[in-house]
Design a protein around this ligand. Structure first.
Ligand code: FES
Length: 177
């Protein structure tokens, strides 16, 4: 879909339709403030929280409504590792890299997951099953080191447990097919 055909009003309408209503309202609020461009990252955060990632056409709509060049918006979306322009995998794995988890060896857990799945932080497996993320403290330090997969919290994880943990999600996914 191209947003950039039609009158200014038509394009604006298309862009607004492309985005969730609360995001449009937030952009409108931002546009009333001086230096509205400085709110771009906040807008992208809200959009990603809502959709799970930042699709190209939504970024174009944000660019138009915020009066920022589309190339700049997609540059920001691809520059920061916490933004993703691709849909996340079925299961998002968040390895906590906060202090308590780090002290208990979360880097070794991350390494093992990377080895097992052949992906790095910010990537998704080619079968679309797993996306790997690093997280700051996820609020369960007493259970360190912690790995969150989807909505499940895995406490006191060791690198040796990783293959078995991942296997349960491979199985779950097959069963749900
Ligand atoms: S540092 Fe990992 S849960 Fe707090």
């Amino acid at each position: 879909m191209s947003f950039f055909t039609g009158t200014k009003e038509e394009i604006e309408k298309k862009c607004k339709k492309e985005l969730p209503e609360d995001i449009v309202l937030f952009i409108e609020k931002c546009m009333k403030k001086p230096h509205s461009e400085s709110n771009l990252i906040a807008v992208l955060h809200k959009l990603q929280n809502k959709l799970g990632y930042l699709p190209k056409e939504k970024l174009q709509a944000v660019a138009y409504l915020m009066n920022i060049p589309a190339a700049k918006v997609s540059g920001v979306a691809t520059f920061y590792h916490y933004f993703s322009t691709k849909p996340p995998g079925k299961y998002v794995i968040s390895v906590c890299l906060g202090t308590a988890c780090h002290v208990k060896g979360s880097d070794k857990i991350l390494e093992r997951i990377q080895e097992e799945l052949g992906i790095k932080i910010g990537e998704t497996t080619s079968d679309g099953l797993f996306t790997l993320e690093g997280a700051r403290c996820i609020g369960t330090c007493a259970l360190a080191p912690v790995v969150k997969i989807g909505d499940d919290i895995h406490p006191k994880v060791t690198p040796a447990q990783i293959p078995e943990i991942l296997e349960t999600y491979f199985k779950k996914s097959k069963e749900s097919k």
